[in-house]
Design a protein around this ligand. Structure first.
Ligand code: CTP
Length: 402
């Protein structure tokens, strides 16, 4: 698989009977052209000998943080990897990772890793459904890890249900889609509003704001990367986005953005409201340039239509609506109230209090709240990486446990 070729993958194997499937998984990854560094917990070595993995991966397997006099450098491995994959991840390993318990080589590398982490759980059905496990899964998801869904079927205990390790082919496919130009949004059309709006005072002046449109454009690119189509309704922005599958509608005022968005939304599967829409506009725009006269000047303003709220009203059950909230105080409470008020499915909160987040800069730090009360917190990242997180969480459900 060309998406995986040349990728450096740390594969953590923990102590489950499903460790035997990790043999096939290692073989498939190596065959796809990946460099695979296997880590095993001591319990995993009771199921399959490290020699099997060392032979298949052509690298020594690490089972301890220290090996004799030597120190297996977990920090180096965490930085070396393009991806870390924990498969199978037992209930115990999930608990370690979720709680930062650093008592074996897998959790040590996990805590040091800067790359994306994929976790493929495996356990018996009741262990899987236990609230403790589900809480750990939720925690791992909120840290931005990718949970590969468990399979359903016959389990080693003889019971039948959820908890089987995903099939190795499925896991490789999952990684491939992550690395490559995947087609997870193929056939889907997503509406994005982005950038500022300018509300004309006279032919040369306007009321505007400092939005650059970067976040919305990064979102458009993240969707195109997943094979989706985008209708990008972009306010005045210096950016010139392009790409296959992108339809760009340039607008200036909130009213123009509203008209374009309302007419495009019925054909779309989702709308992402990333625009910083001016809340008010001058009641009358002067047709001629206003001349300087008195010491004071008053411009009467009238409220603009709320695009997100309108789309929230016309939203059909198959459509998703995602909004943004940029707050200076009481971020969570304000974001949640906007989520409810505008009938959104998700709201992305960025706080102006976080340095590096907000207008004009290339980085952002967000939390995502869902209408079913889930919360996902993310680190400060580039806007491109944040866009991928938003798309994965709100459109692909990748970060959710199901
Ligand atoms: N929004 C919109 N149309 C508007 C105002 C806001 O589509 N006229 C969208 C934004 O794109 C964002 C969300 O609504 O996704 C929240 O925007 P924000 O300006 O934070 O909310 P307001 O409702 O304007 O609340 P306030 O300014 O009072 O905080």
């Amino acid at each position: 698989m060309k998406e995986i070729k040349g990728k450096k993958i740390v594969l953590g194997i923990s102590g489950s009977i499903a460790a035997y499937k990790a043999v096939v998984l290692t073989r498939l990854l190596v065959k796809a052209g990946a460099e695979v560094q296997v880590l095993m917990t001591p319990a995993a070595t009771k199921f399959v000998q490290p020699l099997t993995f060392a032979t298949l991966s052509k690298r020594p397997v690490f089972t301890e943080v220290t090996a004799g006099e030597a120190w297996n450098n977990h920090v180096e491995l965490g930085l070396w990897a393009d991806a870390m994959l924990v498969a199978p991840a037992t209930a115990n390993t999930l608990a370690r990772l979720a709680n930062g318990i650093c008592d074996n080589i897998i959790s040590a590398v996990y805590l040091s890793a800067r790359c994306p982490v994929f976790v493929a759980p495996a356990m018996d059905v009741d262990m899987w459904h236990h609230p403790s496990t589900q809480r750990n899964i939720d925690l791992l998801a909120t840290y931005g890890n990718h949970l590969i869904p468990v399979g359903n079927g016959e389990l080693a205990s003889g019971l039948v249900g959820e908890g089987r390790l995903a099939e190795p082919e499925h896991i490789v496919d999952y990684l491939g889609r992550f690395f490559g130009k995947s087609q997870l949004l193929k056939g889907q059309k997503i509406l994005i509003t982005a950038g500022p709006t300018y509300e004309g005072i006279d032919p040369v002046r306007f009321i505007g704001n400092r939005s650059s449109g970067k976040m919305g454009v990064a979102l458009a690119q993240a969707i195109l990367q997943q094979g989706g189509e985008v209708i990008l309704v972009l306010g005045p922005s210096a950016l010139k986005p392009e790409g296959e599958g992108l339809q760009l509608i340039r607008v200036e005022s909130a009213q123009e953005m509203y008209d374009a968005a309302v007419s495009a939304f019925p054909d779309c599967q989702a709308g992402i409201m990333a625009a910083a829409v001016a809340d008010y506009r001058p009641v009358n725009m002067a047709t001629e340039k206003i001349k300087k006269s008195d010491d004071r000047m008053t411009i009467e303003l009238v409220k603009n239509p709320d695009i997100a709220a309108q789309l929230g009203r016309q939203k059909q059950t198959h459509q998703r609506l995602i909004g943004f909230a940029l707050e200076t105080t009481q971020g969570e409470a304000n974001a949640k109230s906007k989520l409810a008020r505008k009938n959104l499915d998700f709201i992305v909160l960025n706080s102006l209090q976080d340095s590096g987040a907000g207008f004009g800069v290339d980085t952002n730090k967000v939390s995502i709240f869902s209408s079913d009360n889930k919360v996902y917190h993310f680190e400060l990242k580039t806007k491109d990486a944040v866009a991928q997180d938003i798309v994965a969480t709100t459109l692909l459900d990748i970060k959710s446990k199901d």
